[in-house]
Design a protein around this ligand. Structure first.
Ligand SMILES: NC(=O)c1ccc[n+]([C@@H]2O[C@H](COP(=O)([O-])OP(=O)(O)OC[C@H]3O[C@@H](n4cnc5c(N)ncnc54)[C@H](O)[C@@H]3O)[C@@H](O)[C@H]2O)c1
Length: 358
């Protein structure tokens, strides 16, 4: 197995914890360390799982360079999974945290990788694509969803989703902007210092151990609300719940990361859109139907027609580039994802209720 001394930043979060545990399970003799500030509510629930898996936990903040001092045994891989991942971050006027974590923090991680001569896997986001450009794409209204169509004339846009050639000019939320800025700095580190890196622009990732909230983790939020019978609303785009996201099971993402690690020399410098794709996408209405069926509770869903700042009508990942590069495609269906989230909630009900205040 390539890489035997790995740091996962944000490793107590949803993706980071699942990635760290998977990397460790495939490297029983290797060392996997996670660093996390535990800022995200619920991340502390992941600490016992990490410990049981033999992953080392280090409390630290990527905004502080001293928390990222190179260890005596230098890391050979850094997987950057820490972030303020909310598309609404900064809209309350507090822009410093999102910029300092998502951009300055990335630079601190890059410095660590440079000093250790480690490779980097960077989790970027589909949010690098500008909001207005995405919302200008022509869509058709179907009985349960909006759908993208062919023939928009916009590079990288088709009925199959959004590819890497999609234009980058325009505003994209501070979350997306700080991630795109990090991608640019990573390109400079590759050029200046020979750092090897792969960037994955992920659409919505979902699955067990995500602490879902209204501005991040919508599929978990939906399952949680159905399970605990909490109020939900279709917000924006007419309030009918026809907005669409593709969703990727975190286990499918992990399969991809391992494929990339095995071929780092060849993939170094590549940027990929990574997501569930059209086949693994859901509108909110469709998510409600699946939740009714799988969770068993029938909620009345409210409507709020006002579209939130930065919100996108349809986002579906066009995975063709990554499929061509490594032969990967998502295997888990929306039904499996919703069902896995529900089993996780059922098995950990008391802890989830306490951590998320549901
Ligand atoms: N989950 C998704 O749908 C999704 C989609 C696209 C991209 N991503 C990216 O994947 C990565 C992981 O996302 P996630 O869904 O696991 O989010 P998450 O919020 O569950 O995890 C992020 C973790 O980072 C920690 N953190 C935040 N600020 C920190 C700081 N300054 N120093 C140290 N730790 C800090 C949090 O405590 C949390 O545990 C992020 O970079 C995110 O932008 C996620």
């Amino acid at each position: 197995m390539p890489y035997q001394n790995i740091l996962v930043t944000g490793g107590a979060g949803f993706i980071g914890s699942n990635v760290a545990i998977a990397l460790k399970s495939r490297r029983p003799d290797g060392r996997v360390t996670v660093l996390d500030s535990l800022r995200r509510r619920g991340s502390e629930l992941n600490l016992p799982r990490l410990r049981e898996a033999g992953v080392i936990f280090q409390h630290g903040d990527i905004r502080n360079p001293e928390d990222l001092a190179p260890p005596r045994e230098p890391y050979d891989l850094v997987v950057e999974c820490s972030a303020e991942p909310s598309a609404l971050a900064g809209y309350d006027g507090d822009v410093r945290f999102v910029v300092n974590t998502n951009l300055a923090g990335t630079i601190n991680c890059l410095e660590l990788a440079r000093q250790c001569k480690a490779d980097l896997l960077f989790l970027s986001t589909s949010r690098v694509y500008p909001v207005a450009r995405l919302n200008e794409l022509p869509t058709v209204e179907q009985p349960t969803r909006f759908a993208l169509v062919d023939g928009s004339g916009v590079p990288g846009a088709s009925a199959a989703g959004v590819a890497e050639e999609f234009p980058l000019d325009g505003y994209r939320t501070l979350y997306g902007a700080t991630k795109l800025a990090s991608e640019l700095v990573i390109a400079e580190y590759r050029h200046m210092f020979g750092l090897r890196a792969v960037v994955n622009r992920c659409g919505v990732v979902a699955g067990p151990w995500q602490m879902g909230k209204v501005d991040q983790g919508v599929f978990t939020l939906w399952v949680l609300a159905h399970h605990f019978r909490r109020a939900l609303k279709y917000i924006g785009f007419g309030g009918t719940g026809k907005q669409v996201r593709d969703l990727l099971h975190v286990a499918d993402l992990i399969d991809l990361l391992e494929l990339q690690l095995a071929r780092m020399a060849e993939l170094d410098g590549r940027v990929f859109n990574v997501g569930g794709g059209l086949e693994t996408s859901l509108s909110l209405q469709e998510t409600t139907s699946l939740c009714r069926e799988l969770v068993g509770n029938d909620l009345e869903i409210g409507a709020d027609e006002t579209t939130r700042e930065g919100d996108v009508r349809v986002y579906v990942t066009d995975n063709r580039r990554v499929t061509e590069a490594v032969g990967w495609r998502p295997r888990r269906s929306p039904r499996e994802i919703i069902s896995d989230i529900h089993s996780w909630i059922t098995k950990n009900e008391a802890a989830v209720r306490q951590a998320l205040g549901t």
